[in-house]
Design a protein around this ligand. Structure first.
Ligand code: FE2
Length: 449
């Protein structure tokens, strides 16, 4: 609490105070917020809310999590009314989430109580009948229930985003695609709340478990999938860092090649899974440099045939290093063939045109573009328009023309942010004066040595 800016503290107190006032008011103005015969409903829904709230699913939108608990709250709106829905939401205070401080749990409980009460009040005002829904009157519930959902969702989002904004002092913005995903999830769960209420008349408390448990399991599995993706990303990032320690000047190169590759992949219409795979391939395209002596990679002057052969082997070495990583799939081809050229003069296999795997064609363009627009110890970065012109000139010889055109189109939509100037390292005398992996530098080889 002490770490929060004063505005966030005031807001927190206001939200918690408002929730407390709602609960106290309902206790004072009625004998009990929930009738004695409805206590079992309250207990089951509160328990379900608590379990779901304790295990939310992280969306692939930064900082956002969504949980099935929302449906239990809306089922309470129909079954036990606004005061009951507020009490169900309040149980978020008791949620068990590792690392979630008490202050956040207090805020969550308070804002869910407010949302539940407001949704319940709207439902009641629009003549929604509180209690077990009757089969012949079920249609009458749908309108008020939809209105209750339409109040709960934006109110919940607004209360939460305001808190994030005040606490972090930045306007909390969710990308539009993320917001659409967020809203769709919420509205979907809203429907499950109505199902729970509808089934309660026939199977009582089992309805909540029947409807929400499979959904909860599916969300949990989805969360596991995201956790797995994060561990993949961490593995790739670690390998990438290991490669970049070989050359002070190429730091960030793998990440930028990965980004440029995914721009091209999206432009040519690759599906989500392939875009993810090419992102990995871009990150790891030079992992084979770990198997080439640094002094060879950075040797000043012409290479001997043996040294040239060692450099030409780095794509194969890369394949050997990552072969055991099962999730890379098509990325293997991108790593192995990223130095092939469209006219067949590249390496390691001298493939030409359509013989070159699509991933490798994409990475070749991204790799050359980032090399040209980054500083090296032996030359400065070239401006983006100049690098684009260079790609254009080499389309059809070095690069696949389709990939070059796609990249130029993608750059018109999303301008490139070249890396900042690299200051020479403290031990500049030892800085490399060549990088024989630079696809834009011709490699000189001395024969007969
Ligand atoms: Fe390379």
């Amino acid at each position: 609490m002490r770490d929060l800016p004063w505005a966030a503290r005031v807001y927190l107190v206001v939200v918690i105070g408002a929730a407390a006032a709602l609960i106290v008011r309902s206790v004072i103005t009625s004998d009990a917020p929930v009738a004695a015969e409805d206590l079992d409903v309250l207990l089951v829904l509160a328990l379900l809310f608590l379990v779901c709230e304790s295990m939310p699913t992280l969306l692939n939108v930064d900082q956002f999590a969504v949980s099935v608990s929302f449906s239990a709250s809306l089922a309470a709106v129909v079954l036990i009314g606004p005061d009951g829905a507020a009490l169900v939401g309040l149980t978020a205070i008791l949620s068990v989430r590792p690392g979630l401080p008490l202050i956040k749990r207090l805020f969550n409980g308070a804002q869910f109580a407010i949302c539940g009460y407001a949704a319940g009040h709207v439902y009641y005002t629009l003549d929604g009948k509180v209690g077990l829904p009757k089969v012949d009157a079920f249609d009458d519930l749908i309108g008020p229930y939809a209105a209750a959902t339409a109040v709960f969702v934006p109110l919940n989002i607004a209360l939460t985003l305001t808190m994030i904004g005040l606490a972090t002092r930045v306007r909390a913005e969710v990308p539009m695609r993320g917001m659409a995903q967020f809203l769709l999830s919420y509205l979907g769960y809203g429907t499950f709340g109505l199902l729970v209420a509808g089934l309660w008349a026939t199977v009582q408390s089992i309805s909540a478990v029947l409807v929400l448990l499979p959904l909860f399991v599916a969300r949990w599995a989805f969360g596991q999938y995201h956790a797995q993706q994060r561990s993949y990303d961490a593995t790739i990032a670690a390998l990438c860092q290991a490669v970049e320690t070989k050359d002070y000047y190429t730091r960030g190169h793998c990440t930028r090649v990965s980004h440029a590759s995914s721009m091209i992949a999206q432009e040519i219409g690759m599906g989500l899974e392939r875009v993810r795979a090419i992102r990995y391939a871009g990150m790891l395209h030079d992992v084979g440099k770990l198997g080439v002596p640094t002094k060879v990679l950075q040797k000043d002057g012409p290479l001997t045939e043996e040294e040239f052969a060692a450099i030409q082997l780095h794509p194969m070495r890369g394949l050997e290093i990552v072969r055991g990583i099962g999730f890379l799939d098509e990325a293997y081809a991108g790593i192995m063939h990223h130095h092939e050229k469209h006219d067949g003069t590249g390496y390691p296999m001298g493939l030409a045109g359509d013989e070159i795997p699509e991933f490798a064609k994409v990475i070749a363009v991204a790799d050359a573009f980032d090399s040209m627009t980054s500083d090296r110890s032996y030359r400065g970065a070239r401006p983006v328009p100049e690098a684009i012109e260079e790609l254009r000139k080499s389309a059809g010889t070095h690069f696949d023309p389709v990939m070059v055109t796609a990249f130029i189109r993608a750059l018109e939509r999303e301008p490139w942010q070249p890396p900042r100037r690299v200051d020479p390292p403290p031990d500049a005398a030892e800085a490399p004066i060549k990088d024989h992996d630079d696809p834009t530098m011709p490699i000189q080889v001395v024969t007969g040595q």
